[in-house]
Write a protein that binds this ligand. Structure first.
Ligand code: CU
Ligand code: CU
Ligand code: CU
Length: 508
């Protein structure tokens, strides 16, 4: 065992002891909060900030019809975070990264370059600047030069990704971020996120003013993102600056009676957002995998890391300021359980317009009936002390196996069929479960937020990331479609992925 390894193991044992102590205290007290939270709600209501801005669009460098070509360079750059200029890890020097916009049927070419400077090794033993790229939510091949997260790129390396979008559904909203096991959490935390938008095939929503909202939190220290601690890897790291497109409480203008379409991605490491807009419903028209049949009115929309939602908002006819908030949500860890945060302010002003909500959007969105005699897979998510040859250490696992570069639980699937995945959470925290390549429909959720459960188990929603509630479970219908190859599924609290809550999915 190396010295670094020994220190690492010792520190995890200390964290584990703390964790068990707190868990026992919690059970005795009957509270709902695992760590880092106290009783009572903290209202975080920053002054209204700058005008709302969409992230910049990545220019298409190709003049060939049906080809979108963009450059993405991972590099450190100064970014204004709520008045402080901080050195973030960025794509092309901007935060959030530039939005990539494509259509179904396009070929997307990404000329990727890793210009992150060497800055030592992290506590998992990886050089901090080793990175790669995942196009989260794309139904594309997971191998070769497509969405292949098994590739890693060192400093100065370049690579050309080519994604064939001919089988990807139209009208969904995705994001891209790094995915090196052991480095993903720190790099996303430091700013490496961007949106990837696939245009609608239907004209039903074309008339509405549309905006993208990239939700991300961060904490800074000495003009840089704060470093991860051991407990951050257990709890998932939350930040004290919460931003929409890099802005704190930006002001978005709407006309009285106007309908706007907001495509929202939770690009945070661990923070969940229980969204609520004062005096307004949020009409959900799309989820991770595409558009729904019709709008679903919700008073709150819960979004865990990795999830996206596409909503329509119809402004009231009463002029004034309305707060888009993240309401307290207890995911079993983190200060957010007791925080009520103003994310953005809607300013309803100007002359009224009359727009109405569509009654139907995507008639091809249907809930599938479950085929008979299909394989049922069981995946169990755990945190805690895992036994090992060298004694126990704090880690995360799927079916008892802590993912590493040399071992992983592997699910073998046959291309072309359907499967039921039963995902059990045997821990005191929620885990947003994400599978690559294929979107799934949610058959059942046991536990957690009622409106989240009701929407996803009744609407014809396609999902690649679903919250598995603490000590609860989720049942998914997973089509194994179109693409063979080796890929992964994991918890999208990226700290948990980095400490082992990931498995291999071998599709043949
Ligand atoms: Cu992701
Ligand atoms: Cu997790
Ligand atoms: Cu992933």
């Amino acid at each position: 065992m190396t010295k670094r390894c020994a220190i690492w193991r010792l520190s995890w044992i200390i964290v584990a002891a703390l964790w068990i102590t707190q868990a026992m205290a919690m059970m005795g007290g009957g509270g709902g909060c695992m760590m880092g939270c106290s009783s009572g709600v903290t209202v975080i209501d920053p002054p209204r900030g700058r005008p709302f801005q969409d992230p910049p669009l990545a220019p298409n460098l190709s003049t060939t019809p049906g080809v979108v070509e963009v450059n993405l360079e991972a590099k450190v750059a100064p970014v204004n975070v709520n008045g402080t200029v901080a050195n973030l890890q960025t794509y092309n020097g901007v935060f959030p990264g530039p939005t990539i916009r494509v259509r179904r049927g396009d070929t997307l070419v990404i000329n990727f370059r890793n210009s992150l400077p060497f800055s030592g090794y992290n506590m998992h033993g990886y050089p901090r600047n080793l990175t790669n790229l995942h196009t989260h939510g794309l139904h594309v091949s997971p191998i070769g030069n497509s969405d292949n997260v098994m590739l890693n790129f060192g400093e100065g390396e370049s690579f050309q990704f080519v994604y064939d979008l001919s089988l990807h559904p139209a009208g969904n909203f995705n994001f891209y971020h790094p995915h090196v096991h052991g480095n993903a959490a720190e790099q996303v935390w430091a700013g490496l996120v961007g949106a990837l938008e696939v245009e609608d095939a239907t004209p039903m929503l074309a008339g509405y003013e549309t905006h993208l909202l990239v939700l991300k939190d961060i904490s800074l220290s000495n003009s840089a993102p704060t470093l991860h601690s051991n407990s951050d890897f257990m709890n998932g790291k939350e930040g004290n600056v919460v931003m929409v497109n890099g802005l704190v409480n930006p002001v978005l203008t709407m006309k009285p009676g106007q309908i706007q379409r907001w495509k929202i991605v939770n690009a945070s490491n661990a923070r969940f957002y229980k969204l609520n807009l004062a005096n307004h419903n949020l009409h959900v028209v799309g989820t991770d995998g595409g558009l729904l049949d019709k709008p679903y009115a919700q008073s709150t929309v819960l979004l865990s890391p990795g999830e996206r939602v596409d909503i329509l908002v119809k402004a009231t006819t009463t002029k004034g300021y309305y707060k888009l908030k993240a309401l307290p949500y207890n995911r079993g860890a983190g200060a957010s359980a007791n925080q009520e945060i103003t994310l953005m302010t809607v300013n309803v002003t100007g002359s009224a317009v009359s727009q109405s909500l569509p009654s139907s959007i995507n008639p091809s969105a249907v809930r599938l009936s479950v085929p008979s005699n299909i394989p049922v897979r069981q995946l169990t998510l755990r945190m805690g002390m895992m036994g090992g040859m060298m004694g126990g250490s704090m880690s995360a696992s799927i079916n008892g196996i802590v993912y590493s570069d040399t071992s992983a639980f592997t699910l073998n699937s046959t291309l072309g069929g359907y499967e039921i995945w039963e995902i059990y959470n045997q821990s005191m925290m929620d885990h947003p479960f994400h599978q690559h390549v294929n979107h799934a429909q949610v058959l059942a959720i046991n536990g957690g937020d009622a409106s989240y459960r009701n929407l996803l188990t009744t609407a014809p929603a396609w999902k690649d990331t679903v919250i598995v509630p603490a000590m609860g479970s989720v049942r998914l219908l997973v089509p194994v479609k179109d693409f063979a190859g080796l890929t992964v599924f994991h918890c999208h609290i990226l700290e948990h992925e980095d400490i082992g809550m990931m498995g291999l999915w071998d599709i043949r």
